[in-house]
Design a binder for this molecule. Structure first.
Ligand code: SF4
Ligand code: SF4
Length: 72
């Protein structure tokens, strides 16, 4: 089976750049940068584990799209 996913989506209107998701991301895929705010600094690390979505107090980050295909 092959799985393909996009990066989690951040809603800039809701994100307060609190840094909680960056702190807790097990893969260190995110950082809060002084000018850009929340940024995927290591996007290739993201395993789409959904931890950031689960812990965000503002519901600002969402793992929305996952495409799975392959033989059953
Ligand atoms: S936890 Fe939520 S509000 Fe905080 S930086 Fe991450 S996405 Fe933004
Ligand atoms: S989905 Fe998981 S690995 Fe990807 S940024 Fe969020 S916490 Fe990190």
């Amino acid at each position: 089976m092959t799985k393909i996913w996009t990066l989690p989506e951040v809603d800039p209107k809701k994100c307060t750049a609190c840094g909680l998701c960056a702190e807790r991301c097990p893969e260190h895929a995110l950082d809060v940068l002084p000018e850009q705010g929340l940024t995927f600094t290591r996007p290739e690390n993201c395993t789409y584990c959904t931890a950031c979505e689960d812990l965000c107090p503002e519901h600002a980050i969402r793992c929305g799209l996952e495409i799975v295909w392959g033989t059953a």
